[in-house]
Design a protein around this ligand. Structure first.
Ligand SMILES: Nc1ncnc2c1ncn2[C@@H]1O[C@H](COP(=O)(O)OP(=O)(O)OP(=O)(O)O)[C@@H](O)[C@H]1O
Ligand SMILES: [Mg+2]
Length: 315
């Protein structure tokens, strides 16, 4: 849930105007907004969704992959927190965990632990349908979880007669989500290609303190090469700088230059270094008011084009 001032800052309106919206849009107490014991008013996902709709925001399905062949650059952190933030803003969100380590699964669905649940391997193997494998975390956030069975996934994809390029289109297009996000492993696997082929956007996180441009170069070359055989592949890759620190400004400018030379753009938002990301892995939510909280909010605002001059008419 988000409070009035956060909502006002996302929409670039004065906080008192947000409060006016409550009566204008007939928002219902306890359903669309709730007042906590600290006397502050919070907007529920249902409430934010209602406001967005009233302001003519078009909820069109977005399919997004978070992929870079470099490990440890923040793919899971980014995909999990985009999923959580977008769902808190009323986007019906599905996170697909393609990584056999199941880090995203652990963070979104802590009670999964060692439970025996279906994952992508079972879906491709046709043990179970994709929609039956989805776990509803809350009415706005769902997860296709992963576990170690996905060790067998690559082998299964190679040996099964499926149209890899259009597979996700066939099984996901009809599902009722506004946003689908794939968290991937750091490699050039078939499952990553399948996820990329379905996504219109690939978010490629890079770190400034590591040589992640090499990984990006490799990924872009590979996508290019594969798109000859995968006609469905029409993915824009956009780089997200993760682990930024003010002292690294020169380094960041240099990296952005290197990224541009590769022919891709970067997000305006960069993710700063903040231990709140690490703490949230254990405690579920990023603490309000931290750099991590601000940066994820900015990223989701940019990604989903929530600013009034973009998709929402100013009222
Ligand atoms: N901006 C940040 N500030 C502080 N810590 C971060 C930040 N981004 C990620 N981390 C931490 O870095 C570690 C690696 O991040 P994460 O697991 O998201 O990377 P990954 O790319 O998914 O790794 P893998 O390739 O193993 O899947 C995690 O402990 C995470 O909490
Ligand atoms: Mg990961």
């Amino acid at each position: 849930m988000i409070n009035s001032s956060e909502l006002a800052s996302i929409f670039e309106v004065k906080p008192q105007n947000i409060n006016n919206l409550r009566s204008r849009y007939n928002l219902k107490d306890t359903v669309d907004t709730v007042v906590h014991s600290n006397n502050r008013r919070y907007y529920t996902p249902t409430g934010v969704r209602k406001i967005l709709k009233k302001r003519n925001y078009q909820f069109e399905r977005k399919n997004i992959c978070v992929c870079n062949v470099k490990g440890g650059v923040g793919k899971t952190t980014i995909s999990v927190n985009i999923a959580k933030k977008a769902s808190s803003l009323g986007f019906r969100t599905l996170l697909i965990d393609c990584d056999k380590q199941g880090n995203a699964t652990d963070q979104i669905w802590p009670s999964a632990n060692d439970g025996d649940f279906p994952c992508l391997y079972d879906v491709i193997k046709k043990h179970v349908s994709l929609s039956d494998s989805i776990v509803e975390i809350n009415p706005f956030l769902s997860l296709l979880p992963s576990n170690l069975k996905n060790q067998l996934l690559e082998n299964e994809i190679t040996n099964t007669n499926i149209n890899k390029g259009s597979y996700f289109k066939r099984v996901l297009d009809s599902l009722d989500f506004d946003l689908i996000i794939f968290d991937t492993e750091p490699n050039l696997s078939q499952i990553n290609l399948m996820a990329l082929a379905y996504s219109s956007l690939n978010i490629a996180p890079i770190r400034l303190d590591k040589n992640s441009i090499d990984g990006l170069d490799l990924l872009l070359g590979f996508i290019d090469e594969q798109s000859k055989e995968w006609p469905e592949m029409n993915t824009e890759t956009k780089v997200l700088i993760n682990g930024f620190d003010k002292r690294m400004t020169t380094e960041a400018i240099k990296k952005i230059g290197e990224v541009r030379e590769l022919g891709v753009s970067t997000f305006d938002t960069a993710m700063r270094i903040d231990q709140s990301f690490v703490k949230a892995q254990e405690h579920g939510e990023i603490k309000r008011g931290t750099k991590a909280y601000e940066d994820i909010t900015d990223l989701v605002t940019e990604l989903l084009e929530l600013k009034p001059n973009k998709k929402i008419a100013i009222q």
